[in-house]
Design a protein around this ligand. Sequence first.
Ligand code: KG4
Ligand code: ZN
Length: 343
Amino acid sequence: MLLLTLETTCDETAAAVVNDRLEVLAATVASQDALHRRFGGVVPEVASRAHVERILPVIDETLRRAEVQLADLDAVAVATTPGLAGSLLVGLMAAKTLAMSLDIPLVAIDHVQAHVYACRMAAGKDVFPCIGLVVSGGHTNLFRCESPTDFTLLGSTIDDAAGEAFDKVAAMLQLSYPGGPSIQRAAAKGNAAAYPLPRPLLDDPSRLDFSFSGLKTAVRYRIAGPGHTDFSTITLGPQQVADLAASFQEAVVDCLVGKAMLAVERSNLRTLCVGGGVAANARFRERLTATAEGAACELIIAPLALCTDNAVMGAIALERLKQNRTDSLEIDVRPGLVRGRPE
Ligand code: KG4
Ligand code: ZN
C-alpha cells in the first residue's frame, strides 16, 4: 500500500510517500520561514497564498523522488486540525481533489497526534502506550497516549505555546524569526544564571499545565526595567542578549522537563515521546536525556527533521486505514484548539 500524506497546517508545505511497512519513499518540506521573517511571525494570509503556490510542485517533487505515479497511490492523507484555517484548506482541497480523481480513500490527520507519531517513525518500533509531549509554535500539550489515535490530555499551556514564547522573546532581543533557533544560537554564548527568571507553575505539583506569558513579560522587564514595557530606545549589548537568551531558554527547559517527568512519574508508563518544533532545541534535548536516564524512563525525541512540521509524521494515517477508518469528501478543516484539544 502506498500513502501520500500532505501537511499545510501552518507555514510549511510538506508531502511524503510512505508504504504500509512505514518506510518513507520520499519526503519534501518547503519552508516559508524566509517569507515570514520580515514580519517577525507567521502571517496567515501570506502562509495560505504560499501554500497555494507550492502544494502542487511539492507533491510532484515528492512523487518523482519516490518514483511513484499518481495512479500507484492507494490513499491520501492530510492534516485537518489544528492549524491556520486558510493553510489547512489548501492541503485539504488538494487531498480531496486527489481522492476524488484517483478514486482512493481520504484520511484526515490530527496534527498534534502526528507530532507524537513522529517518534513512532523515528523509533522504528511501537511506542504506545506512552506519555506524549508536543511543544511547538502553536501547542504545548502533555498527553497520555494509549494508542496512536487515542489521547487523553493531561496538561497544556494556559496562555502562550512554548515556541510562541521563543518567537516573541527573540523579537524583543532583536533576533530573527523563527525565534527558537536564534535564541538557541545566542544562548550558546550566554550564562543561563545571569538573569533569575520565573518558572511559572513549576512548583505546583497539582497541575501538569504550563504558562509562558509571565516569563515573557519578565524578560521584557529585565530589558526595560521593572514596570516598563517600552524598550524601543534601549540597545542591548551582545553579551546581554546572549545572557537573556540563555536565562530564558533555561527557564522554558526547566518547565518542560519538570512537567514531562512529573507526568511520567504519575503514570504507570515508562516511555516518553517528545515532538514539535521546540523539541529541536539542543539544550532541551540534552536536559531531557539526562533527566530521563536518571528516572529509568525510555525517552524518544523526534529527530530534528521530524520535530518541525513535516509530512512523514502523517504516516499516522496508516493506523486509521488499518481499521478501515477513512473520511468522507464532505469533511472540513477544524482550525481551533480548546486548551490543547481540537474543538
Ligand atoms: O512544530 P513547528 O514546526 O510548527 C508548529 O506546529 O507550530 O514548530 C515551530 C516552532 C517555532 O515557534 C520555532 O521557534 C520553534 O518551533 N523552534 C525552536 C527550535 N527550532 C524551532 N524552539 C527552540 N529551539 C529550537 N532549536
Ligand atoms: Zn506542528
